[in-house]
Ligand binder design. Structure first.
Ligand SMILES: *[C@@H]1O[C@H](CO)[C@@H](O)[C@H](O)[C@H]1NC(C)=O
Ligand SMILES: *[C@@H]1O[C@H](CO)[C@@H](O)[C@H](O)[C@H]1NC(C)=O
Length: 234
């Protein structure tokens, strides 16, 4: 059985054996809510950029009210939850040009990279000058191209969530983990064939830079800046 904080519908079919007619599993936050431990069914997720160092800061999961947490700065921007997954609407811009018009996709704590629709990804890669690298399956850029990177901006609920140049690249200390070479720079994004309601996936690469809030009670997803939004850890 998978212990999950995602939507209950996704647990359908995960129960084996003779427990029928039970087909879905309440999530940890469902149980905390039904047992009265938390008064709103909300999970706040603080991921921090990882470098593999032993003493690096740790992330945090917050069950219940996230207001006032020190894990984010400024305001939380909320946007409606659009699908059974943690689906949201966003647009994406690079270099001041909208490369993905407003579309529905998902935020996923179980996905490492950022997935963009093929057209948007091609426009982005083209602007960066990245070259496909067989060993990692990612696009490699030079030091000069890295220095010239513009913000990659995700616009959600009317608020811009920029990924800085450093936030757009794979952590260089972890290059060997993906078959990369020491000192090289790889863009931490890949293309996906867009389908209805799944035009993009915002994975760790995004979630390490923005605090995220999964609010089942109000059927909404929230994001806020953190101390790591602009950090140069990669
Ligand atoms: C990349 O840029 C070139 C030159 O501006 C253009 O001809 C080409 O269509 C672009 N390719 C993509 C995939 O956007
Ligand atoms: C990140 O840097 C930009 C540009 O300097 C600045 O406008 C923004 O407020 C910073 N964000 C955070 C969360 O520090």
């Amino acid at each position: 059985m998978v212990v999950s904080i995602g939507p209950v519908a996704l647990t359908d079919g995960t129960i084996l054996g003779d427990l029928a007619p039970v087909t879905t599993v309440p999530t940890v936050s469902d149980n905390l809510f039904s047992e009265g431990v938390i008064s709103t069914e909300v999970v706040g997720i603080s991921f921090v950029p990882t470098t593999g160092a032993e003493d690096e800061p740790e992330g945090e999961l917050i069950f219940g009210d996230v207001e006032g947490s020190s894990k984010y700065t400024g305001q939380i921007t909320y946007t409606p939850k659009e699908t059974d997954y943690w689906g949201i609407t966003q647009s994406i811009s690079y270099n001041g040009i909208e490369i993905m018009a407003s579309a529905v996709g998902v935020v996923d704590t179980g996905t490492t990279l950022n997935y963009m629709p093929t057209d948007a990804f091609n426009a982005y890669i083209n602007s960066t000058g990245g070259i496909f690298d067989e060993a990692t399956g990612l696009y490699e850029i030079t030091e000069e191209q890295y220095d010239a990177l513009d913000d990659l901006v995700f616009t959600i609920g009317g608020t811009d969530f920029p990924l800085t140049a450093n936030a757009q690249i794979w952590p260089r200390t972890l290059n060997a983990n993906i078959g990369g070479e020491e000192g090289k720079i790889y863009l931490a994004a890949v293309a996906t064939d867009p389908v209805e309601d799944l035009n993009f996936i915002n994975g760790y690469v995004f979630l390490e830079r923005y605090f995220s809030v999964f609010d089942n009670t109000n059927s909404r997803v929230g994001f806020a800046a953190t101390a790591y939004t602009n950090a140069t850890t990669n």
